[in-house]
Structures are given as structure tokens and as C-alpha cells.
Ligand binder design. Structure first.
Ligand code: ZN
Ligand code: ZN
Ligand code: ZN
Length: 381
């Protein structure tokens, strides 16, 4: 398949990043911070579109809270790593350094002495400790500031999540090609991995093929177990599409007709998943969505079979805020994106899960995954 070039670009237009940087500065100011210090990872990718990796040589974006031009401190030999980012187009200050110079001092020089700074929560300790010493004050975590930004998806991000959803839907649509009696879970996963790339992802991030009793373990990945007639199989798959937004979708299959008991328990799960999706709208809490699914399962005696939270936010990271879990009273807001993925698990027997990614709209939600929810029956011969 192919998608048009603007859609498959490695990053968004630079205006998108300019807007994010100015909001990051504004939120940092509101949090009483002087600057944000961001090293490679999803936060750097979010703010400037850079997919650089973190090594022993420091790359650090300094975002001053007063709205002055951000600085990127970067090793001269890693300058090329920034060429795919928006750093040059945005006119950010680039401070390159060579071995023998302390990059931590360069960061400190971009700040007032003893400034209150916050760092991304993935900054390696290798950099955090000398940075704190150079700045003269221990930084706090920028988690809250970045969460506030990243949790609410803009139009470009929602479009990317839709493309990711469509790509993984196409993989599920082809499951009959891969999932067959006599093959191992690992064989099936190899084919799924290739299909994930064929259908437009830049790679496969995770592939769960939980057949028969393995389906009862939500953390199972793949094994050499051979698929048998009658198996219920949980397939939970996803990966990033350019410029880095992830898909994550689960469907449950059965090889041959399901037993009446499996069919009726699965029907309850399908109702629970739909009830949770139907409950999504601005102003309700994350935990109310969890309860919407859980209450239906509990009413049918399946409360104990639902072992995990109902969902997680998704974007540049597969798991991020907001978490759809009991105890999380954060209110949903238009633009939040998260999974709705209740499951039922019967140890030693079988399991099932249905997972869609939804985006909160003005009056409800839009699902980016559109495959049918029912137990998909695949032929046994
Ligand atoms: Zn998920
Ligand atoms: Zn999943
Ligand atoms: Zn349905």
C-alpha cells in the first residue's frame, strides 16, 4: 500500500512544533519553572520532531519559560541527527560542542544561575546528575507540563492516529491468511510482523498471539505452541506510523465454531466494551469509563475474569496518559486518545479481549479502529 507523501512525512509542518514549543513555555511558566530541559525520546519528538536517540553524548533542548528562543545543545558529530527535525526551520539556537567541552556547562549558560528547571522523565541519570550540578539546583520532573500538552491531541495527531488505526485494521482483516490450525504462535507472529510493515507501519512494536490457554494470560507474547481446532486466539498488535504515532488493536478469533459457553461469555465482553465506548464524552472521568465496562462484566458474574485496567492513552508512546483505571478521576477532554480494551481470562482455558483506540470528540468519541467486534470464526481446514 502507499500513502501520499505529506501523510508519510517523518514529521509535521514546522508551525505545529512552533505552537507546541510556545505552549510548553507557557505551561512551564504557569508551573513556576524557568526552563524545560528535554533529551531524546518521545518528548523531544513531540516538541521539535526529532527522532534522535540518547547516547553518552548529551543532546538537550532548552525551552526557556519566558518565551525566548529555545536552544539545542548537541554534539557536533550528532548535528546530522537533527536534520530530519524542525529545529532549523524553527530557527532555534544551536549550540554544538566537541569532545573535551562540558555540554552541561553549555546548558547552564543558557539559563540564569540556580534557575528552576524541569527535565523529561526519560532523561538518563548519566546526564541528569552532571546537569543538576552544572545548573546549581536539582531539576524537577517536567512530566506534568508535558502530560498537559501531549494528552490533548491536535488535528495533525488525530489524523496520524486515524492512519495508524486504518493500517492495523488492514492487518486484522488479513488474519485468515496467517492464523491456521497446525501453525505455531511464532509462525503466525512472523507473518503478522511483515503485514504490519506492509500495511504502512514503520515497524511492529508488539505482537501478542495468545492461543488457547495462553489467551488467558494478558501478558503472553508468542510461543511455539501449535494452534489447534477449537482454540480461541487473542491477537493484540500495533506499531508506529510516520511520524511516530502508534496503533494498538486487539481482536479475538476462534478456529472453528465456538462452544455455546464461549459464545455467550464473549457476547458479554462485547457488550461491556461497547458500553465503555458509548460512555466516552468530555466531562466524564477516566474511571467512569473503566466502571462502564467492569459493571457489565460483574453483573454477569465475569468481574473476576477481568484482570486489568480498561485502557491507556496512546500517541507517540504506546502507553501514556490518560490511564482508564479505577481511581483516576481526571476528566476527559476533547482530543484525548486512549484504548478501550476490556478482556476476560479463564486460567488454563481461554481468554478474549476487544481493543479499539478512541478519540474524544465534542459530544462523544470517534473510534479509529473499525473492524467488527464479534468473535471472528476462521476455518479449521
Ligand atoms: Zn492497549
Ligand atoms: Zn493492545
Ligand atoms: Zn461490537
Amino acid at each position: 500500500m502507499s500513502s501520499d507523501s505529506t501523510h508519510s512525512a517523518a514529521r509535521f509542518p514546522s508551525e505545529v512544533y512552533a505552537s507546541r514549543l510556545s505552549r510548553a513555555a507557557e505551561y512551564a511558566r504557569e508551573a513556576g519553572l524557568a526552563a524545560l530541559l528535554i533529551t531524546p525520546g518521545p518528548d523531544l519528538q513531540y516538541l521539535v520532531g526529532s527522532r534522535a536517540s540518547s547516547f553518552e553524548r548529551l543532546i538537550c533542548l532548552v525551552v526557556p519559560a519566558d518565551g525566548e528562543t529555545p536552544t539545542v545543545v548537541v554534539p557536533r558529530l550528532e548535528l546530522a541527527a537533527l536534520t530530519d527535525s524542525a529545529v532549523a526551520e524553527l530557527g532555534l539556537q544551536i549550540t554544538d560542542w566537541v569532545d573535551g567541552v562540558s555540554p552541561y556547562d553549555l546548558v547552564a549558560e543558557a539559563l540564569h544561575p540556580g534557575a528552576a528547571t524541569a527535565v523529561d522523565d526519560a532523561m538518563p541519570a548519566l546526564h541528569f546528575v552532571p546537569l543538576a550540578a552544572a545548573v546549581g539546583r536539582v531539576p524537577v520532573l517536567a512530566t506534568d507540563v508535558l502530560r498537559r500538552l501531549r494528552m490533548i491531541k491536535d488535528d495533525a495527531e488525530i489524523d496520524a492516529l486515524r492512519r495508524a488505526g486504518q493500517a492495523i485494521d488492514r492487518v486484522h482483516a488479513r488474519m485468515g491468511e496467517f492464523l491456521k490450525v497446525g501453525r505455531t504462535e511464532a509462525d503466525v507472529a512472523t507473518d503478522i510482523g511483515a503485514a504490519i510493515v506492509d500495511e504502512g507501519h514503520t515497524g511492529a512494536e508488539f505482537i501478542i498471539v495468545g492461543s488457547g490457554p495462553h489467551g488467558a494470560d494478558p501478558h503472553h507474547e508468542v510461543s511455539d505452541r501449535v494452534i489447534e481446532a477449537g482454540d480461541v486466539v487473542v491477537i493484540d498488535i500495533g506499531g508506529p506510523v510516520a511520524p511516530g504515532y502508534n496503533s494498538d488493536s486487539t481482536r479475538t478469533y476462534v478456529l472453528g465454531e465456538p462452544t455455546p459457553e464461549i459464545a455467550s461469555q464473549y457476547a458479554v465482553l462485547e457488550r461491556a466494551q461497547q458500553a465503555a465506548v458509548d460512555a466516552v464524552r468530555p466531562g466524564v472521568t477516566a474511571q467512569s469509563i473503566d466502571a462502564a465496562a467492569r459493571d457489565i462484566l460483574a453483573a454477569e458474574g465475569l468481574g473476576e475474569a477481568f484482570l486489568h485496567r480498561t485502557g491507556h492513552g496512546i500517541g507517540l508512546s504506546v502507553h501514556e496518559e490518560p490511564y482508564i483505571v479505577s481511581g483516576n478521576d481526571i476528566e476527559l477532554t476533547e482530543g484525548m486518545a486512549f484504548s478501550v480494551e476490556p478482556g476476560i481470562y479463564f486460567r488454563g482455558e481461554w481468554g478474549a479481549r476487544i481493543e479499539d483506540i478512541v478519540v474524544v470528540t465534542a459530544d462523544g468519541c470517534e473510534s479509529v479502529n473499525l473492524r467488527p467486534h464479534g468473535l471472528t470464526v476462521l476455518p479449521v481446514d
